[in-house]
Design a protein around this ligand. Structure first.
Ligand code: ADP
Length: 327
């Protein structure tokens, strides 16, 4: 059977009164992709996700899943499932009954739904905690229970709204590895909303960078990181310098900058900060036009030829390392 389960947003728009939260965005998610919607607070990520889930009405445009127009279907009929930021587990239900909840709503008998919920708990490695209540679980366990609950309907697309934001930094990194593993095993599409660029880079096959209700740039994660098209994307992804040169604005990765003699490089600079970061040294220099750039040097390169604050240097890069920016 050849099911085309690609998810497509077609001129999708969300208005709240006079606020345009999502402004005619179009994007095609191939089935089985791990995609992150990335952007600052208020750029329209959650509104987009909620429209895909059916928790928010579509003002204009449409959403198709496997060529089927799902724009106006109720959430349970779409083939999507949502995992919320605060997990939204029912406090008075056991883990097993939380996971089984949507099957209960569909009228599935108790033996069948408990058996299915048991399978889902096995999938997220929570079988031994089936009888616990949510307040008896750690943050990571609550997240796994919420995942199992979302997956029990066998969605083609799992929608995750800031799924890691309630966790402490250590657990966040562990749970993000688990999310990625689960997505690989299930082979379904994940659309994950985050404002954290490191989270998006770590997880996503494709990133969709949003700004002011539109998609600023989207594509394969590495392709976007390697060649940001706008100053906003370069700055938001981090690890890039945005520099105004006489012939326009460019982005250069911090790790692509080389330190040379002042008169033998593309850009003269004066060192304003040296930060030791263990494996690397971040060297910041002021350059013409009242700008600052940061070069990330391996500790070997830096300590092989150490520099001092206030020293005049030249900053250089290989042809092709600089990307012209649209604005
Ligand atoms: P993000 O998820 O990127 O933070 P949102 O989609 O939540 O962005 O919000 C996008 C814009 O829509 C913001 O300006 C926000 O204030 C507005 N907005 C979101 N939800 C509502 C709502 N229910 N009513 C009115 N305005 C809203």
């Amino acid at each position: 059977m050849n099911r085309n389960l690609d998810l497509e947003l077609i001129s999708l728009t969300k208005r709240y009164g006079s606020t345009v939260a999502v402004d005619s965005i179009s994007y095609h998610f191939d089935a089985g992709t791990y995609a992150c919607l990335l952007g600052p607070s208020g750029c329209g990520k959650s509104s987009t996700l909620r429209m895909i889930a059916g928790h928010e009405s579509v003002s204009d445009g449409s959403i198709t899943l496997g060529k089927r127009d799902i724009s106006h279907l109720p959430p349970a009929k779409r083939g999507t499932a949502m995992m919320f930021q605060n997990y939204a587990l029912f406090p008075h239900l056991s883990v097993l009954d939380n996971v089984a909840f949507s099957l209960k709503m569909q009228g599935t008998d108790i033996a069948t739904r408990h058996a299915r919920a048991g399978e889902m708990l096995e999938l997220v490695d929570m079988s031994n905690l089936a009888d616990r209540f949510p307040d008896q679980l750690s943050g990571g366990q609550q997240q796994r229970a919420a995942l199992a609950r979302a997956l029990i309907t066998k969605p083609d697309v799992l929608l995750l709204d800031e799924p890691l934001s309630a966790l402490d930094p250590f657990l966040r990194i562990r749970m993000r590895a688990e999310l990625k593993k689960l997505q690989r095993e299930l082979g379904i599409t994940f659309v994950h909303v985050t404002h954290g660029q490191d989270e998006a880079l770590a997880l996503a096959d494709e990133i969709v960078v949003m700004n002011n209700a539109v998609i600023e740039q989207a594509g394969k994660t590495r392709a976007v990181f390697d060649a940001p098209a706008t100053a906003f994307v370069a700055r938001f992804l981090g690890s890039h310098n945005v520099v105004s040169m006489p012939d326009g604005m460019i982005a250069i990765r911090s790790d692509a900058l080389q330190i040379k003699d002042a008169n033998a490089a593309k850009l003269p600079g004066t060192i304003t900060n040296i930060e030791y970061q263990g494996t690397h040294v971040a060297l910041t220099a002021s350059v013409p036009g009242e700008q600052e750039v940061t070069a990330l040097l391996s500790d070997k390169d830096f300590f092989g030829s150490p520099k001092n604050l206030g020293e005049a240097i030249g900053l250089d890069w290989e042809a092709g390392a600089a990307h012209a920016l649209a604005g």
